[in-house]
Every structure is written in structure tokens, then in C-alpha cells.
Design a protein. Structure first.
Length: 113
């Protein structure tokens, strides 16, 4: 099965300003994430962010936050415990891609690099 834009969502994970110094080449990571987010938005693909415990390490970098239609604040390593799965399904359902297939098994493919 080929991957299609209509079934795609980009998730930018935990690119918080206070975490960036601990990330090897953090500025470059943010720049590439911004590039990916802009390409996604240009292709009409939803961009969602996550922030690990935003009260402690702060919010995502401003340029990341600006690209995201929604940001999920999470307090677990697995963001699904904080509602990420529901947000992803809602983002796809808003486009109507899954509206007629609610009785079928749905799954989300995550591509990691």
C-alpha cells in the first residue's frame, strides 16, 4: 500500500527550548523540523506537536509552535496516554478520510528517522 498525503500527519515531538541544549546539534534539529513542517503545511498535511511536561522544560520553540495546529501537553513518555491518538484521529476525521470507515480497523503509521 502506498502512503498518501490525505492520510498523513506530521508530529513534531518535544522540541522544547530548554531541552534543545541537551539535543546534539539542537538548532539544526529545529531547523530541519521547521523545514519538514513547512513542507507538510504546503502540501495541506496537518502538523501536530507534543511537549513533554511543558511546565518544567517549557514550551516548544516558537517556530515549531507556530507550525502546529495543535500541541499536546504530555506527562507520559507515551503521548497516547495524554490524548495524542484521539488528536490524530480527529485530525484525519476532519478531512473526512475516515468518516465513512468507523467500523473498520484503523491504524496510524509512524515513520521515524
Amino acid at each position: 500500500m502506498l502512503h498518501s498525503l490525505s492520510e498523513s500527519i506530521v508530529v513534531l515531538i518535544d522540541l522544547q527550548t530548554r531541552l534543545l541544549p541537551a539535543i546534539h546539534d539542537g538548532e539544526s534539529v529545529v531547523a530541519q523540523a521547521v523545514r519538514l513542517g513547512r513542507i507538510a503545511r504546503g502540501l495541506d498535511v496537518s502538523v501536530i506537536g507534543t511537549e513533554q511536561n511543558p511546565d518544567a522544560p517549557g514550551e516548544n520553540a516558537k517556530e515549531i509552535k507556530d507550525l502546529c495546529s495543535i500541541t499536546v501537553a504530555k506527562h507520559h513518555f507515551d503521548a497516547t496516554a495524554d490524548g495524542l491518538f484521539d488528536v490524530l484521529c480527529s485530525a484525519v476525521d476532519r478531512r473526512g478520510d475516515l468518516a465513512d470507515r468507523r467500523g473498520e480497523n484503523r491504524h496510524l503509521r509512524v515513520l521515524l528517522q
